[in-house]
Design a protein around this ligand. Structure first.
Ligand SMILES: Nc1ncnc2c1ncn2[C@@H]1O[C@H](COP(=O)(O)OP(=O)(O)OP(=O)(O)O)[C@@H](O)[C@H]1O
Ligand SMILES: CC(C)(CO)[C@@H](O)C(=O)NCCC(=O)O
Length: 412
């Protein structure tokens, strides 16, 4: 049986039949709302275990405490923040399933709370209360990003890959040699975080030229209607039509003395100075390509400079700007390789856009009354169940678009 039902869906069908949903978390960003929720398997029996270890889930249990094991799946969904009503409708369709979480500091019996991170957890708190009668239990965005990244890096096999010459190469992360690393989260804006351990980190830099800039400028310049359309355009475009290359300045030759080949971009959009053309004279696909290249290159360069500042060799890139898009990853990888002279490495995460919301989901373990030990249990169960997943192709590490993670929650 296929273990992965609906998962990364833009407009999830609210009538989708699922087992009981017990936990749901949100990351409400400037561009997108990310949702993670746990649904119990319909046929899952509830086990009660109290050993310090078990064959099923080694290393999960502590001492002689009894835990209830809820078997099920983690589902992922996203909505555009500008269409928050779709998200409210989606949650409303699940609301009667939600188990009535109580705020750890305010356990008012009649209120439901869900974990939420991102700026929208503040901005839209009243809206959730008003429309759904649900309170948002706010978790810090940076804490959540780091918790989500550490979880994926340590617990999920074949999560991390490099992108070199058009190929994904999956990497095995050594848990004992993970820190320090630089986490670059490319959302609407970009955060750069030096991570030294679990919960040990510092946001060392950021840039306002990020995914929102690409989508916003791209929409204005190409008049395309969706982010996916803009990416598709960029796929077909040729940036050399608009970008000024070193060769354009140097009469077709390299400037080898300072290490610049004739094909290096000297100035993004620089040809538009002298072409005597208007925006409509350029093909939208060429504009989209130049824009994607400019922004990816810039982020790659700033990331490298921050890695250099702190002597970090590994840079993990997350955020929905990447979207597993080959040209984006190639540009970032080439920029990091070029500027670091091969010393630093750009790495990507399969669940790139869900770091923050996974961190928020895991924070149930920290606070909730039922004392879920989500973290460890996801860790061992995710490990155990991926091996038997029929849709997973270990040759190239690809997943189909629709993906959920089989997992268990342990509640005391
Ligand atoms: N379907 C989509 N609609 C809009 N933007 C998309 C879509 N898919 C990918 N993106 C890109 O992803 C970016 C948002 O990424 P992400 O969800 O990680 O950030 P965010 O949480 O919204 O932003 P921030 O953290 O800065 O508040 C967008 O700015 C855009 O570049
Ligand atoms: C403001 C946040 C943290 C919101 O997610 C993000 O959009 C960001 O990191 N922007 C870049 C801000 C800056 O450091 O210039």
């Amino acid at each position: 049986m296929d273990q992965r039902q609906t998962a990364i869906v833009d407009n999830p069908d609210p009538s989708q039949s699922l087992g009981q949903i017990s936990h749901l978390a949100l990351d409400i960003g400037g561009s997108l709302i990310k949702v993670v929720y746990f649904s119990r398997n319909r046929d899952s029996s509830v086990d009660h275990k109290g050993e310090s270890s078990s064959n099923d889930n080694p290393g999960v249990f502590n001492g002689n405490r009894k835990h209830t094991v809820l078997k099920g799946k983690l589902h992922f969904a996203k909505f555009e923040t500008s269409k928050i009503n779709d998200c409210l409708e989606f949650i409303s369709s699940k609301k009667h399933h939600l188990g009535g979480f109580q705020h750890h500091e305010n356990p008012a019996k009649d209120k439901k709370f869900i974990k939420a991170t991102g700026g929208g957890a503040y901005k839209f708190a009243e809206l959730f209360k008003e429309k759904l009668g649900i309170g948002l239990d706010k978790e810090d965005e940076m804490d959540c990003l780091v918790a989500g990244a550490n979880f994926l890096l340590k617990a999920v096999p074949r999560e991390v890959y490099t992108y070199v010459d058009g190929h994904k190469e999956f990497l095995q992360i050594d848990h004992n040699d993970l820190y320090p690393y630089l986490l670059v989260n490319i959302g609407s804006g970009v955060s750069m975080i030096k991570v030294d351990g679990d919960g040990k980190f510092e946001r060392v830099s950021g840039t306002n030229v990020g995914g929102g800039t690409f989508w916003g400028l791209g929409r204005l310049l190409t008049r395309c209607k969706s982010f996916d359309e803009l990416l598709e355009l960029s796929h077909r475009g040729n940036n050399r039509v608009i970008d000024m290359l070193v060769g354009d300045i140097y009469g077709g030759t390299d400037y080898s003395k300072i290490g610049l080949s004739s094909t290096t971009i000297a100035s993004s959009f620089g040809k538009a100075i002298s072409d005597n053309k208007e925006i409509d004279d350029y093909k939208p696909e060429d504009v989209a390509r130049s824009l994607l290249r400019m922004i990816s290159n810039n982020i790659g360069q700033i990331s490298y400079l921050n890695a250099l500042r702190f002597g970090l060799k590994r840079i993990f890139f997350g955020g929905f700007f990447i979207q597993g898009h080959p040209y984006t990853m190639d540009t970032i990888s080439v920029a990091v390789h070029f500027w670091s002279k091969g010393e630093a490495k750009a790495m990507f995460l399969r669940h790139e856009g869900f770091l923050g919301v996974l961190g928020a989901f895991m924070s149930y373990a920290k606070h909730s009354l039922d004392d879920s030990v989500v973290n460890q249990s996801m860790q061992s169960l995710v490990n155990g169940s991926y091996a038997s997943d029929t849709n997973y192709n270990p040759q190239n590490g690809d997943w189909s678009d629709n993906e959920s993670i089989p997992c268990s929650l342990y509640t005391a």
